[in-house]
Design a protein around this ligand. Structure first.
Ligand code: M1P
Length: 270
């Protein structure tokens, strides 16, 4: 897979990597819970800090969501998100950009094949039709480029309904029980089932977790790859990249904690 552009063209006003304070370092950030509250917009303070960080290191986000959703969360008027970071990795890097240019992407459906995918979808829909939870909304399966996202309540749930489902799931283990059943039924597909947010879980080929994004920066000369994420525990969707030997992992509790660390590691350092 070609992951680098032949000649790096830096947008006007953006310093080439060699002119940054730490030219061999890159900071990669999870989105939900790390740069912004889950599914909400990042604060003005965070947006300003990310802009400032480009004076110090290369920057990237690596989110589980698709690009459109991350754009909503990190968007600033008059600027596209792909211009605000040096690298953008949506769907764990299955959709990727470098310096505003799209890199090659990987396709879930091509990998799984139509027949197996149909069996998977039919099984999920049958299973969900038997799940009894207080409320259900719509869009129980979201088909993405590099993964599918499955939600027992449905992706149309409102913010309040999301919070309620998350509380209910902590007690009744709706998602983890379903994942165990899926693992038994579809063991041959070699999929990873990852709970990254409040109401759903992601399904993607094993290895297509956030470490997938690292292949896009391999060979780019970085000697320090900092990763910041909040779901860094085993089973969380930041776990693999956080523990990967290629990265320096930083576990954060919320976006304010991320800001605090940026000051400690870069901005306030002499
Ligand atoms: O980025 C974390 C997760 O965010 C969403 O999860 P949920 O809707 O359950 O809160 C989804 O976009 C999911 O794919 C993603 O991993």
């Amino acid at each position: 897979m070609a992951t680098t552009t032949p000649v790096d063209v830096f947008p006007a006003g953006v310093k080439p990597f060699v002119e940054r304070k730490y030219p061999k370092a890159i900071c990669m950030f999870d989105v939900d819970g790390t740069l912004s509250p889950a599914r909400l917009h990042a604060s003005d303070e965070m947006i300003a800090a990310l802009k400032k960080l480009r004076e110090y290191t290369a920057t990237a986000f690596v989110g589980g969501s698709n690009y459109a959703k991350i754009e909503e969360q990190l968007h600033v008027d008059g600027e596209n998100v792909i211009d605000a970071f040096d690298y953008c990795f949506a769907e764990n890097g299955l959709t990727a950009y470098k310096l505003s240019k799209q890199l090659d992407s990987a396709s879930f459906i091509k990998h799984v094949g139509e027949e197996e995918y149909k069996k998977l979808v039919n099984w999920i829909l049958r299973y969900l039709s038997d799940v009894d939870i207080p409320i259900k909304r719509g869009t129980f399966i979201e088909f993405r480029n590099g993964m599918i996202n499955v939600s027992p309540i449905g992706r149309n749930a409102s913010p309040a309904e999301r919070n309620e489902f998350e509380r209910y799931d902590k007690i009744h283990n709706i998602r983890s029980t379903m994942i165990e059943a899926l693992k038994k039924e579809f063991d041959h597909l070699k999929m990873t089932f990852s709970i990254g947010g409040q109401i759903s879980f992601d399904v993607f080929p094993t290895g297509w977790d956030k470490t997938f994004s690292l292949r896009h920066i391999e060979g780019e000369g970085f000697e320090e790859i900092h990763f910041f994420g909040d779901k860094t525990y085993k089973g969380g969707n930041d776990y693999e990249i956080y523990t990967d030997p290629r990265t320096i992992g930083h576990s954060v509790t919320n976006p304010e904690d991320t800001l605090r660390l940026l000051h400690e590691l870069f901005f306030d350092k002499a």
